[in-house]
Design a protein around this ligand. Structure first.
Ligand code: CU
Length: 113
């Protein structure tokens, strides 16, 4: 009986450690600039991003995470992903409709656990 209680307590502690840390960001896209343009999270965080366009259509892409999300002009889109890969990743607008998109970049920093 005592052994069962200890095993259960250990299992619960383990489950608690694994509960994902949730992080939320709102990124505003305006005049071909992302604000903020740097996001810092810890590996395995559950990251929720609201991409908000304040003028033209925009997108948020991170190649290593296979993320490509679009927001129509003046609207926003919300999505989530688990930051399971540590490192520095460029996020960018992958639209080709106008030249300014090429300069729309930011950095996602995922600190290793
Ligand atoms: Cu763009």
């Amino acid at each position: 009986m005592a052994a069962t209680v200890i095993a259960l307590a250990t299992a619960l502690a383990g489950a608690q450690e694994q509960a994902p840390n949730r992080r939320e960001f709102t990124i505003v896209a305006k005049d071909h600039v992302f604000t903020p343009n740097k996001l810092e999270v810890t590996q395995d965080d559950l990251v929720k991003i609201t991409l908000k366009s304040e003028d033209r259509p925009t997108s948020f892409a991170i190649d290593a995470y296979r993320i490509v999300k679009r927001a129509a002009g003046g609207l926003s889109t919300t999505f989530e992903f688990r930051a399971d890969q540590a490192g520095r990743f460029t996020f960018y607008c992958n639209l080709t409709t106008d030249e300014g998109c090429k300069d729309m970049k930011g950095t996602l920093v995922v600190k290793a656990k």
